[in-house]
Write a protein of this length. Structure first.
Ligand SMILES: C[S@@+](CC[C@H](N)C(=O)[O-])C[C@H]1O[C@@H](n2cnc3c(N)ncnc32)[C@H](O)[C@@H]1O
Length: 369
């Protein structure tokens, strides 16, 4: 059967170049060899780390935000807390523990669930969440009707993107072809009616990525969530922010914390990701019936949720060391040039959009402090 690269090359030889989106779909989600299905390795020991890998402070802060959303929903006695794309399950674990510790009123009726496509990730999640009563599904619709909060940290960036480029002859799409056994970039007429979505200001030679898969997935959540909120945290920006970048496109791969030189060379052996176009995500969410409830940076959200609360200096030196290490993890989560610059976006359905604590509102009922 050969490895994934050989199988993709054989497919191209048989029926011609494939879109970069199809290549990325296979590289990440091929059932036998896709990165997330077979070898995804997250955390400091793995290929890349995410906010929850820096310790429980992220989950704890998010628990405060989620408890506030539960209050804004009118404190339903039973409600759903769903994480989509839960990686190693650490965030859900930290969030549930913090909720139980600090907001037993909200924790009492919570029904936790995870939407996860990768059996490998599910196994890691069930270890992290051992002993908890939790539902798993591969699509949100299987959990419907969801009444509560669905969140996804660094998931939208894993959806396949079509890569378009402006040439002197017009807009072309990046396909993956094969040449003497190597996978190479080939430009062709766009595979779908996507050329109109390339902003006028993308210069000749510039690239623009579009993810109908991510947009369709966000829209599909509207069919599953009957009331409550969805929250996305990810790198990316509004269309205007993305346009100010150098036009080289944002697709990249990481292996053991290093950028992969050629994202086509070894599909399935490393992660592939692209910055999220939050303008397109908002359009998709609103088109599906969600109401925009706010957006901000991860830094502002975490500060609003009291991540830097003052604590007394511990007397024992070992405790002082631990406290210093927690502080430096929090600094990394807030770094305006790193994780702190990630975007947080929230949409609501049949729930209030004003006064949300994740965007800095102070609410008498939602306080955890
Ligand atoms: C970049 S990891 C982020 C993991 C975790 N949220 C974190 O912050 O560490 C992406 C996760 O999303 C999952 N995933 C990707 N596409 C998905 C989809 N369509 N539905 C559900 N999960 C998905 C992957 O298997 C993986 O667990």
């Amino acid at each position: 059967m050969g490895n994934l690269r050989d199988r993709i090359a054989a497919r191209i030889r048989a029926s011609g170049p494939i879109t970069f989106a199809d290549f990325m779909e296979a590289a990440l989600f091929d059932a036998n060899d896709g990165y997330y299905m077979t070898r995804a390795s997250l955390g400091f020991e793995g290929d890349y780390f995410t906010s929850p890998d820096l310790g429980p402070a992220f989950g704890r802060a998010l628990a405060r935000g989620v408890a506030d959303l539960w209050s804004r929903m009118g404190r339903p006695p039973v409600w759903d807390l769903v994480e989509a794309g839960a990686g190693r399950g650490i965030l859900m674990r930290d969030l549930l523990s913090a909720l139980e510790r600090e907001r037993s009123d909200a924790a009492r009726g919570v029904r936790p669930a995870i939407v996860e496509v990768s059996p490998r990730m599910r196994r890691q999640q069930s270890l992290a969440l051992e002993g908890r009563d939790l539902r798993w599904a591969s699509v949100a619709h299987s959990l419907a009707p969801i009444q509560g909060v669905l969140f996804a940290n660094e998931v939208l960036d894993a959806f396949p993107v079509h890569v378009l480029t402006r040439t002197s002859e017009g807009v072309r799409e990046l396909f993956v072809g094969e040449e003497s056994g190597a996978l190479v970039e080939v430009l062709r007429a766009p595979s779908q009616d996507l050329r109109w979505r390339v902003p006028e200001s993308v210069p000749v030679g510039g690239r623009w990525e579009i993810s109908p898969a991510a947009e369709g997935w966000v829209a599909s959540l509207a069919g599953a969530l009957v009331s409550g909120y969805i929250i996305f945290v990810d790198y990316g920006g509004q269309e205007a922010d993305l346009l100010t970048r150098d036009g080289a496109g944002t697709v990249r791969g990481f292996v053991r914390h290093r950028l992969v030189a050629d994202p086509l060379a070894e599909p399935g052996r490393h992660d592939l990701t692209a910055s999220v176009d939050f303008t397109a995500i908002r359009r998709a969410a609103e088109g599906a019936g969600f109401r925009f409830a706010g957006s901000g940076t991860q830094r502002d959200m975490l500060l609003a949720l009291g991540i830097r609360e003052a604590t007394a200096r511990p007397p024992a030196p070992i405790e002082q060391l631990r406290a210093a290490s927690r502080r430096s993890a929090i600094d990394a989560l807030l770094d305006p040039n790193g994780l702190g610059a990630f975007r947080v976006v929230c949409f609501a359905k049949d729930a209030p959009t004003d006064g949300l604590r994740i965007f800095g509102a102070t609410s008498a009922t939602g306080s955890m402090r």
